[in-house]
Each structure stands twice: as structure tokens, then as C-alpha cells.
Design a protein around this ligand. Structure first.
Ligand code: NAP
Length: 254
């Protein structure tokens, strides 16, 4: 029996990048996976098909998380599809992964960019948890995808870093709040991972060298490096870990 057999997981931003890796891994672990996406239906459908091809179960859910209406839409669509597939709108694992990382330097950051970053990276997970709390089963899991930038100063992307700092505080307080329901809440802090958000600079010889040198393990992080940690946190093996932030930077800037 796979370790997440009988569990239901919602992974936000699961059509591409780290979220895709997490969805595939949780599907492989036996969970029924709701693959959320914002715009890119094609990639989300591919993830669903890949999970099914591997013998798992999955369905896609669309919602733009830049505003609260999108959060409500995600809750409504997710719970309705879940109910029609399983006969219940209850689930076990929420992975807050969707995020944007297009931050600028302090002097170049506009109010609109700042607000958008906080809307997607902080406000959406906050209200998604608020709206789904009664659907999340006791004994469940919340995993927040934060970032190593909460440990390492990178002022060129200061506003993005601030969103992940806020997510870590959310993580800690939520763990305290949900402990009595035996729900664990943990954050994973990836370093540089080879996804679309980094492709432009990472897929150059200089970018590769820089990223490899940053990790003490001497290579660039892959989505599976993060997904495997999320899988562990979602499992029963991690039942005694809560309120924690797990470094997943491959030992960057030790
Ligand atoms: N890559 C890294 O080096 C790295 C490092 C540390 C932390 N992280 C964090 O890891 C998470 C995933 O990053 P990634 O690199 O995998 O990013 P990515 O490849 O750019 O994928 C982002 C995902 O988030 C979704 N998303 C973005 N904006 C959205 C919106 N307004 N509404 C709904 N969904 C939206 C996208 O949906 P669509 O596919 O529909 O566009 C996509 O599935 C983020 O929280 C990021 O901050 C990444």
C-alpha cells in the first residue's frame, strides 16, 4: 500500500514547476490529487494525465489567485468536483505552492507589483486556508512552499522575499492554531530550482555555474528535490513535525 493511499490532496500551481513535481509525487504516493492552475490548462491537464497513466487519480481545477474572487472560485470548484468524485467534500492535504517571483530592486518596485506579489503569495494562501478549514480533515496536513530567501539576504528581490517571510509567520501561527485538531503545518524553503521562473537566466553557462556554486552539494535543484520533502511532510512519518520551516536549498550559503 502506498503511503498516501486513501488521502486527498489539493496542490496549488500544480501545472508547472515545483507544484507539478509535488502533484506527480503525491499521485505516485496514492493520493487523489486536485491539480490547481491559474492560466495554463494544457500543462495542468498533462499532469492529470500523467498521474492517471501511472495508475493514480487526479483532476484539474482552475482559478486565478490574484484576487479573493479567485480563492472563492477555487474553493467552490474544488469541493464540488471532489464531492462528485468521492461523495465527500473533505480532504487531507493542502499544499500552498502557487506563487509569483517577478520582484524588482527596491528603487524599481511599483505599488502594483508589490500588491500583486502579496496577493498571490500571501493573501491567497491565507484565505484559501480560512475557506477550506472546515473541509480539511482532523489529522490533515498543510505544507506551505516558502523560500530559502527567508534565510539568505537577496535584496535584489526584496519584495518577493518579504512575501515568503510573511508566509513563514503564517505557517508558525497556523501550526499553533491547528495543533488541537492534529493538523500539522510546515513550510519548505527551496533554493534555486530549475523551473520556468528561473529559465531565462538559469539556462545560460554563467547562470548554471552561479546556481551550482551556491549549493554546497554542487548542483542545481530539481523539482523532485522539493517534492520528495513535501511527500514526507504529508505522510504519517512526519506526524511529530509541525510549525517548522524545512530548508530545501541543498545547503546554499551555509
Ligand atoms: N523556482 C525556484 O527557484 C523557487 C525557489 C524558492 C521558492 N519557490 C516557490 O515555489 C513555488 C512554485 O514556484 P515555481 O518556480 O514552480 O514557479 P512556476 O514554474 O512559475 O509555476 C508557478 C505556478 O503557480 C501558478 N500561478 C502563478 N500565478 C498564479 C495566479 N495568479 N493564480 C493562480 N495560479 C498562479 C502557475 O499557474 P499556471 O501554470 O496556470 O500559470 C504555476 O502553476 C512558488 O511559491 C515560488 O515562490 C520557487
Amino acid at each position: 500500500m502506498e503511503r498516501l493511499e486513501g488521502k486527498v490532496a489539493l496542490v496549488t500551481g500544480a501545472g508547472r514547476g515545483i507544484g507539478r513535481g509535488i502533484a506527480l509525487r503525491l499521485g505516485q504516493d496514492g493520493a487523489l490529487v486536485a491539480v490547481h492552475y491559474g492560466n495554463n490548462k494544457t500543462t495542468a491537464d498533462e499532469v492529470v494525465e500523467q498521474i492517471k497513466a501511472n495508475g493514480g487519480q487526479a483532476f484539474a481545477v482552475q482559478a486565478d489567485l490574484r484576487n479573493i474572487a479567485g480563492v472563492h472560485q477555487l474553493v467552490e470548484t474544488f469541493t464540488a468536483k471532489l464531492e462528485s468524485q468521492t461523495g465527500s467534500s473533505h480532504f487531507d492535504i493542502l499544499v500552498n505552492n502557487a506563487g509569483i517571483g517577478t520582484a524588482q530592486k527596491l528603487e524599481e518596485t511599483t505599488e502594483q507589483e508589490f500588491d500583486q506579489l502579496f496577493a498571490v503569495n500571501v493573501k491567497a494562501p491565507f484565505f484559501l486556508v480560512q475557506q477550506l478549514l472546515s473541509n480539511l480533515r482532523d489529522g490533515g496536513r498543510i505544507v506551505n512552499v516558502s523560500s530559502g530567501v527567508t534565510r539568505i539576504a537577496m535584496p535584489d528581490i526584496i519584495s518577493y522575499n518579504m512575501t515568503k517571510g510573511a508566509l513563514n509567520i503564517f505557517n508558525l501561527n497556523l501550526a499553533q492554531l491547528l495543533g488541537p485538531r492534529n493538523i500539522t503545518v510546515n513550510a519548505v524553503l527551496p533554493g534555486i530550482i530549475d523551473t520556468d521562473v528561473n529559465a531565462a537566466w538559469l539556462h545560460t553557462p554563467e547562470g548554471q555555474a552561479m546556481a551550482k556554486n551556491m549549493s554546497t552539494l554542487g548542483r542545481v535543484g530539481e523539482t523532485a528535490d522539493v517534492a520528495d520533502i513535501v511527500s514526507f511532510l504529508a505522510s504519517d512519518d512526519a506526524r511529530w513535525i509541525t510549525g517548522d520551516t524545512i530548508d530545501a536549498t541543498g545547503g546554499s550559503h551555509l
